[in-house]
Design a binder for this molecule. Sequence first.
Ligand code: HEC
Ligand code: HEC
Ligand code: HEC
Ligand code: HEC
Ligand code: HEC
Ligand code: HEC
Ligand code: HEC
Ligand code: HEC
Length: 309
Amino acid sequence: MGKSLLFFASLPFISIIVLLNQNNSFENPSLIHQTIVKSKVADEPKCSDCHGDMLENKTKHPPAAESCEACHQVNIKEHTEAGAKGLQLSDKLPDLCFTCHDGVKTVVDSAKFLHLALKTEKTCVACHSPHSSAEDKLLRKEEKKLCLSCHNKDKTAKGEKSVNINSLLAKSKVIHPPVEGGCLVCHRPHASDKDYLLIKSFPRGFYASAEKETFALCWECHDSELLKAEKTTTATNFRNGDKNLHFVHVNGEKSRSCVMCHNVHASNNLHLIEDKIAYGQWNLPLKYKAKENGGSCFPGCHAMKEYIR
Ligand code: HEC
Ligand code: HEC
Ligand code: HEC
Ligand code: HEC
Ligand code: HEC
Ligand code: HEC
Ligand code: HEC
Ligand code: HEC
């Protein structure tokens, strides 16, 4: 108490000293800190006196708007006297968030596939602001930018090769329209029962059973007849006359998946056709050419083939 009063009394002098000794004061950050802190302190300092900016954004997190103490255990006296150190959260993350968001906990605990972003050091607050945000759902950035801010690397956290979605989108001429709309059109942000955190099934790898259900995600927007009709003149343009070449390629127990030929996010070729095709261990150039009434490809696995509608 005595010490703090003394500090208040000497505040004007300290300020002057700080101003006069700018160089010196840089070497004494705690003095600056105390000066800043003290100069704002009222009799009963409130968190918002000094941290008003925490709540300045449009969407406010209700507990933060109500009381900072819901999450921070800050001894205000110590804090303003000794200088702020340590976040002093009342619980560790993500448990702190789960105390009120048990619904998210249930999803995360019970889902088959977990987004590893939740396992990074920042976990929930890597994507959400705990205080306020200009975006919906307290997101730190606009949704798509947020996803791309991490998915901009060629290697995973574990060092495995990964798809750098950010550079793929930046360098591709053709973007799959739903990807323009954002990643959550197809992916869940926290966890999912479906592989790749998808909202509906899509198989991992290049081969999968040709059941309609295997590719359920695609039928959210495309007609499954493009796969199921053996003969057609309407269901798909990938046909030779009325022979459905989707049916030919995607058929049987261990048939080719869509990603053998298409990139689901973006590509440099028309119809989202990949540059390369996986063949055993190798990636062979597909050399796809779109034509007015059909197209052709010349992959390493068979001779040049052409289809004409
Ligand atoms: C007199 C001004 C003042 C008041 C009042 C104040 N703080 Fe601070 N606080 C600061 C300053 C200065 C810092 C250090 C710079 C920064 O991180 O903004 C800080 C830092 C913090 C930090 C971050 C510490 C870190 O390790 O990064 C937290 C959390 C915090 N304050 C919470 C609170 C809470 C909760 C209250 C209310 C109980 C509160 N503060 C009241 C001035 C104040
Ligand atoms: C819902 C829980 C929660 C509430 C309520 C909350 N905070 Fe925080 N706060 C956090 C978490 C979690 C972090 C760590 C953020 C990080 O690591 O990026 C944090 C970080 C901070 C920091 C460090 C700087 C920063 O921007 O990350 C300050 C300062 C702070 N909080 C002040 C406050 C103040 C003031 C209030 C009341 C207006 C408040 N907090 C309410 C959870 C909360
Ligand atoms: C003290 C209780 C409490 C704690 C702790 C808490 N929240 Fe919240 N949170 C709420 C309430 C209340 C709402 C508003 C009602 C709702 O949407 O659930 C909310 C809303 C949200 C929303 C927006 C939901 C929407 O539908 O718009 C997000 C995101 C969120 N919180 C994330 C977090 C994160 C991340 C943490 C941990 C840092 C956290 N919360 C900790 C109580 C809490
Ligand atoms: C990879 C980024 C990311 C991480 C990490 C993350 N979230 Fe979210 N969260 C989102 C996005 C994006 C949405 C919006 C979903 C939507 O609009 O459909 C969301 C929505 C929410 C919501 C509101 C809707 C709902 O699902 O209930 C809450 C609450 C929430 N998150 C809490 C959390 C908590 C708690 C954690 C940590 C365990 C967490 N989030 C981690 C991205 C993330
Ligand atoms: C904080 C960083 C971070 C953010 C933000 C982030 N992710 Fe991730 N994501 C990861 C990590 C880490 C992995 C695990 C693989 C890796 O290391 O790259 C991952 C994996 C994935 C996977 C692959 C899952 C699999 O099984 O192969 C998908 C899909 C994904 N994220 C989608 C998203 C979407 C959609 C968003 C935006 C809502 C997003 N991510 C935001 C860090 C992040
Ligand atoms: C039209 C639906 C759709 C949209 C929209 C979409 N994705 Fe995907 N994503 C998929 C499918 C299907 C897979 C699995 C097949 C694959 O990897 O090619 C996938 C896989 C991924 C993977 C894992 C890649 C790997 O091979 O490990 C990441 C990371 C990813 N998506 C991130 C994103 C991000 C970030 C966005 C937004 C910019 C996004 N996705 C938008 C459908 C979509
Ligand atoms: C949310 C809706 C949506 C989902 C889900 C979706 N697509 Fe698309 N896709 C579109 C739209 C819209 C277009 C552009 C119009 C069109 O060609 O039908 C398109 C175009 C395409 C094209 C290029 C067509 C052309 O001739 O240029 C291919 C290939 C494609 N999608 C494959 C897929 C695959 C594979 C899946 C499943 C992983 C999928 N799509 C899931 C909406 C979707
Ligand atoms: C063997 C390569 C190959 C495979 C495997 C493949 N496609 Fe295609 N797909 C094509 C070609 C080539 C076109 C372009 C047809 C044209 O317009 O000339 C195409 C076109 C499309 C189109 C545009 C509409 C249409 O049918 O003409 C959609 C949508 C599509 N594919 C979805 C899928 C889905 C979903 C799968 C997996 C179930 C898949 N494709 C598997 C080669 C393939």
